[in-house]
Design a protein around this ligand. Structure first.
Ligand code: SF4
Length: 222
């Protein structure tokens, strides 16, 4: 995977990321987190289901699931076989049912049945990593966090914002450049651009709205 050495001064990088956000906003005004949820618990459950799965499949499952189970207690008390059946369309459904069960049991035991609103407590939950925690904080609690998924990672490297491959280090590099009011929006825009234009195998550079701001050396020519 090609990586770029970030040699631009921080001020120039900050100006460039603002221009990139402006252009991506015009290109993808519909960008959003592609999961349906009404509260932090639903978001947390949806994110556990979304691991290595398509968001549209998660969206097919969650309406019935959220209708049936409304609190961490509902999930923790449900027989595992019942939860497995409820989410059986998704990949790794046995592991995911167990993860949901254990996570909700921990919410009950340690957090009074509430999803915590800080990173340290969130990543202490079974099955919750830093990416998921940041997405919960950003989209469920209105914090300006950066959850580094595959699209955020790939585009940040191609756009020269990081030369790291460790998600925690990529997050740290982005936190230095992305305006602190636009971090969640940056992630949504980059995710949509990564799905539609800057795809993994052959990015559609000729039709890319930010090609003039992109230093990726392996740009697609035609
Ligand atoms: S110019 Fe190509 S590599 Fe750069 S962001 Fe656009 S699609 Fe991705």
């Amino acid at each position: 995977m090609p990586t770029l050495k970030n040699k631009s001064a921080p001020a120039q990088q900050k100006a460039r990321v603002r221009r990139i956000i402006d252009r991506l906003e015009k290109a993808h005004p519909d960008a959003r987190l592609d999961l349906d949820f009404a509260n932090p618990l639903e978001l947390l459950i949806a994110l556990i289901l979304a691991a290595q799965a398509r968001d549209d499949l998660v969206r097919q499952i969650t309406p019935d699931l959220f209708n049936k189970y409304r609190t961490p207690e509902d999930y923790a008390k449900a027989p595992l076989a019942e939860l497995e059946q409820q989410i059986g369309k998704i990949n790794f459904y046995r592991n995911k049912a167990k993860a949901i069960h254990n996570c909700c049991a921990a919410l009950l035991a340690r957090f009074g049945g509430k999803v915590p609103n800080n990173l340290e407590d969130l990543i202490s939950l079974p099955g919750v990593g830093r990416k998921t925690a940041n997405i919960v904080l950003g989209n469920g609690f209105g914090r300006q966090t950066i959850g580094v998924d595959t699209h955020v990672m790939r585009l940040s490297q191609r756009l020269g914002f990081t030369d790291k491959i460790d998600p925690d280090k990529v997050e740290a590099d982005l936190m230095a450049f992305v305006p602190d009011t636009q971090r969640v929006r940056f992630c949504h825009l980059v995710q949509y651009h990564g799905r539609r234009i800057c795809v993994a195998k052959k990015p559609k550079c000729p039709e890319c709205t930010i090609r003039g701001l992109c230093p990726y050396p392996a740009k697609t020519k035609t």
